[in-house]
Design a protein around this ligand. Structure first.
Ligand SMILES: *Cc1c(COP(=O)(O)O)cnc(C)c1O
Length: 421
């Protein structure tokens, strides 16, 4: 039985209802360490599942192409105002369908085909939309990449400055998808200013930490800030682009009509709810606990001989090179999943292996922190990870770990769903 119950879905489509139920159980029973995932609140789930999904609203509040916006306009204005307030920015566009379209809108707003931009190399922690050769951003534009130091695992700001002076990029991206360390927004801003580039901070991963005061904010440094809303920020799947007054119109036009049609109003409403939740004092505590948990997990893994890129973490994310453990990232991730620990295989900087079977795994603590786990549990998780990696071919051992994990998690309710009693 799904709790809260889903009687209409069960009646109309029992097969699909059973799949939803199975996914809820899976999310309940596993230690979810995928760094980009979380558990949204019941309030966010309700907004996402509301009748707002029925409404078309092309345009922006007060300037729509369809009638009947008496309710949707104030909803979108509320989301915008809360984003401006929470992140301390002049302008917020809450319409991007997700993080990738948000970044595509940045490319459209500031560049023409063939233009040069600077970003972190994908294999060093960047994102596909930051100019990977398989992405439109790499096919139609000319990305130049900076990387991390082989020894330090950190971005070298001198390299960024040299590349910016040499290449004169239109845009400089900072931020990425596998960066365990604090991003130096003031240093990026100085380089962008000197070389006449627009600085874009993609805070998709760390938005919740920024909102909760657990990571420095790019506001006041980056002219444009893109973010997803569903990672550490703990909102619905969606995105926002926040800007200074100077870039507001270019970004709004790039999203609509440049790239998208009607905004997803149910998502806009759920973003507004998530932003309200993220402005609370409890969320500041949550953000600090995410980092405390990641640091505790990093310490416990290091003690067990795991090789952490950059030697640790400042945020929610840990990147591990498994080379010394004599196992690839992919077989390790698959064994861990069977042991009830869900994460992803990941390229590590200077990885000698291919992206489809790389050397590393990536872990994050946003979801387990939402479940209420604290530092002491991170030690248990490190022990489980160690045992599972060592017993990757031993199904019985993996099954034992999965049962121990189910046992622990039974004491930590999952927002929005509970197992039948
Ligand atoms: C997740 C992520 C994105 C893309 O978001 P999607 O919603 O998956 O399209 C963009 N940039 C960064 C840095 C990300 O981590």
């Amino acid at each position: 039985m799904h709790q809260p119950s889903i009687p209409h879905l069960s009646a109309t489509d029992p097969d699909l209802a059973a799949l939803v139920e199975a996914e809820a159980t899976r999310q309940h029973d596993k230690v979810r360490l995928i760094a980009s995932e979380n558990y949204v609140s019941p309030a966010v789930l309700e907004a996402t599942g509301s009748v707002l999904t029925n409404k078309y609203s092309e345009g922006y509040p007060g300037r729509r192409y369809y009638e009947g916006q008496q309710v949707v306009d104030p909803i979108e204005e509320l989301a915008q105002a809360r984003a401006r307030q929470l992140f301390g920015v002049d302008h917020a566009n809450v319409q991007p369908y997700s993080g990738s379209p948000a970044n595509l809108a940045v490319h459209l707003a500031f560049m023409r085909p063939g233009d040069t931009f600077l970003s972190l190399e994908l294999a060093h922690g960047g994102h596909l939309t930051h100019g990977s050769p398989v992405s439109i951003s790499g096919k139609w534009l000319r990305p130049v990449h900076y990387g991390v130091g082989r020894e330090t695992g950190r971005v070298d700001m001198d390299e960024v400055r040299d590349l910016a002076r040499k290449e004169r990029p239109k845009v400089i991206f900072c931020g990425g998808t596998a960066i365990p360390r604090t991003i130096d927004f003031p240093a990026f801003a100085e380089i962008a200013r000197e070389t006449g580039a627009v600085l874009v901070a993609d805070i998709a991963h760390i938005a919740g930490l920024v909102a909760g005061g657990a990571h420095p904010s790019p506001a006041g440094h980056a002219g444009v800030i893109t973010t997803t809303t569903h990672k550490t920020l703990r909102g619905p799947r969606g995105a926002m682009i926040m800007t200074t007054g100077e870039h507001a119109t270019a970004i709004d036009k790039a999203i609509f009509p440049g790239l998208q049609g009607g905004p997803h109003n149910h998502t806009t409403a759920a973003i507004a709810v998530a932003l309200k939740e993220a402005a609370r004092e409890e969320f500041r505590t949550y953000a600090r606990q995410i980092v405390a948990n990641a640091q505790a997990l990093a310490g416990a893994l290091t003690e067990r001989g795991f090789d952490l890129i950059s030697g640790g973490t400042d945020n929610h994310l840990i990147l591990i090179d498994l080379t010394k453990k004599d196992i690839g990232g992919k077989p390790a991730a698959k064994a861990l999943d069977r042991a009830g620990i869900e994460l992803n295989f990941n390229t590590v900087p200077f990885d000698p292996r291919k992206p489809w079977s790389p050397s590393g795994i990536r872990l994050g603590t946003a979801a387990v922190t939402t479940r209420g786990l604290t530092e002491e549990h991170m030690t248990s998780i490190a022990v489980w990870v160690d045992r599972a990696v060592a017993a990757a071919d031993d199904e019985a051992a993996l099954g034992t770990i999965a049962a121990e994990i189910r046992d622990l998690l039974g004491g930590f309710p999952m927002p929005g769903w509970g197992p039948a009693r």
